[in-house]
Every structure is written in structure tokens, then in C-alpha cells.
Design a protein around this ligand. Structure first.
Ligand SMILES: Nc1ncnc2c1ncn2[C@@H]1O[C@H](COP(=O)(O)OP(=O)(O)O)[C@@H](O)[C@H]1O
Ligand SMILES: [Mg+2]
Length: 257
């Protein structure tokens, strides 16, 4: 069972957006998935309520609700057989409560927006994860996502410089895209939307998914060349267009380990 915690005390950095899209990705793939919402605003719980078949179900735990009719343990129980737990956390999280969230986390994802205020808040958050929650860099449990980026802007460059200095891997750079807004409205994740609409966004998720499941990437490696079918002839112009438009490849240079 893998527990993925999305965390950053700064509101609006993209925690809920990432949590619901990660949960939807795993559910769509057929993994038994639970989404725990610790934020009293209840945004990810509301998203889950919009989710309808044919979308595959995600088990909902509204941890922010205090239900006096049941015990806390009953409210928080994870169904048997759950493979992925995604945890959405509130803004303004007190550093002293961080260990509660990170103790059992396989991965902690910190989304950061390209703005001075957000960069400052993120450096605080990472420092707390290292010093208060006592996560060691070598554990490779913390990953930063540069969210809502517009590449080639000064602020983006300043964000990337800051992230490189942290020596925490930047596991994805995600563009500002209305597809995330639409997905949130419709109770789906971007991986469940029409692929021609979300091609660019999905490309940007590849490094994040590889970080979450490195063993899966190894399993997905293509067979040795000798066993591969002969490639179909593709006009050269098309190959060039595909290569230059591949955001995953472009992002790879931002990975700091
Ligand atoms: N990559 C993105 N592109 C476009 N809008 C985004 C993106 N990430 C987040 N948003 C929007 O920004 C707002 C805040 O995001 P949210 O995930 O709720 O942040 P948090 O949970 O950290 O407070 C939401 O309206 C969300 O739809
Ligand atoms: Mg939120």
C-alpha cells in the first residue's frame, strides 16, 4: 500500500488539484484507491461526490469532519485491499503537526507556484519537513512540483533556481491549464479526459508518475531491440514535431537528485 501526501501550508498552491488527479490516475488504472481529505474546506470530498460511473470509484474519507456518532478509528478506516492512499491537507498547517501527516507517507509532494510569496512559503515548508518531520533527503520521499508555470518567464527561472538549491527533486513542472479546472468541475482527473484535449498536460505527468513508481517504469521498459516489431515508416517531419513538442523530455533537465 502506498500513501501519497500532498502538502504545503500555503493555500492555493495546487494541493487539492494534484491530490484528486493522482487519485483519479490510480483509480482509472484499476488500483483500489482511497482519498483522505483533511481540509475543512472539503474540496476534494466535493470533487469525489461529483464522480460518477463510468469513472472507477475512489473510497472517500472526509477526515476533517468530526462525526460524534462514530469513533475516529471507524471514520478513518481504510478498506481492506486498498493499494493507494492519497492525502489532501489543509492550508496553514502547523509545523508541529507535520509528523502526523508524514510519518506513514511513502511520498510527500509539495506543489509550489512561481511567485515570491509562494517560494518563501515553500522554503519554510521544506525546512520543516527536513528538520521537524525529520525526513532525510536520501530517503527520496519529498518531491517538489512547480505548478501553474509559464516557462520562459523570469519568475519561473527564479523558482527553478530556488528548487535546485534545495537539493530536493523537482518531480514535475506543470503548466497553467484550464483542463485542471474542468476536471475538478466534472469529478474526473486529466487522465480520464479525452486524450487529444489533455495530451500536453499528461506528458507533464510522466516524470511525476515515474517518481511515484520507479519499479513500474522499469517494468514498462520496451523489450530489447531484437524483440521489437519493425517500426512503421513515419515521415521525418512528423518525428521532429513529436520530439520538440514532448514536454516530458523538456522537463527532464530540471530534475535535481
Ligand atoms: N496547473 C493548474 N492550472 C490551472 N489552474 C490550477 C492549476 N493548479 C491549480 N489550479 C487552480 O488554482 C486554484 C487553487 O488550487 P487548489 O488545488 O485548490 O490549491 P490548494 O488545495 O493548495 O489550496 C483552484 O481554482 C485550481 O483549479
Ligand atoms: Mg485544497
Amino acid at each position: 500500500m502506498q500513501r501519497i501526501v500532498v502538502l504545503n501550508p500555503k493555500g492555493g498552491s495546487g494541493k487539492t488539484t494534484l491530490a484528486i488527479n493522482i487519485a483519479a490516475y490510480f483509480a482509472a488504472r484499476g488500483d483500489a484507491t482511497a482519498l483522505i481529505d483533511h481540509d475543512p474546506q472539503g474540496s476534494s470530498t466535493r470533487w469525489l461526490k461529483k464522480r460518477k460511473p463510468p469513472q472507477l470509484a475512489i473510497h472517500s474519507i472526509a477526515a476533517f469532519e468530526r462525526d460524534s456518532r462514530t469513533t475516529r478509528a471507524w471514520q478513518m478506516r481504510i478498506p481492506d485491499g486498498t493499494q493507494k492512499i492519497v492525502v489532501d491537507t489543509p492550508a496553514a498547517l502547523d509545523a508541529r503537526t507535520l509528523p502526523e501527516f508524514t510519518r506513514d507517507a511513502s511520498k510527500v509532494i509539495v506543489p509550489v507556484l512561481p511567485s515570491d510569496i509562494d517560494i518563501h512559503a515553500a522554503s519554510r515548508c521544506i525546512a520543516d519537513l527536513l528538520l521537524v518531520a525529520k525526513i532525510k533527503r536520501v530517503e527520496n520521499r519529498i518531491g517538489v512540483i512547480a505548478n501553474r508555470v509559464r516557462k520562459n518567464t523570469l519568475m519561473f527561472q527564479s523558482l527553478m533556481r530556488f528548487l535546485e538549491k534545495l537539493e530536493i527533486p523537482v518531480i514535475a513542472t506543470i503548466r497553467d491549464s484550464q483542463n485542471y479546472v474542468r476536471a475538478a468541475e466534472q469529478g474526473v482527473g486529466i487522465h480520464e479526459m479525452k486524450s487529444y484535449l489533455v495530451k500536453e498536460d499528461i506528458g507533464q505527468w510522466e516524470t511525476l508518475l515515474a517518481w511515484l513508481e520507479p519499479e513500474r517504469v522499469l517494468m514498462d521498459q520496451p523489450p530489447p531491440l531484437a524483440e521489437q516489431p519493425a517500426p512503421a515508416a513515419v515521415p521525418t517531419a512528423e518525428i521532429v514535431a513529436e520530439t520538440t513538442a514532448d514536454p516530458g523530455a523538456h522537463d527532464a533537465k530540471f530534475i535535481v537528485s
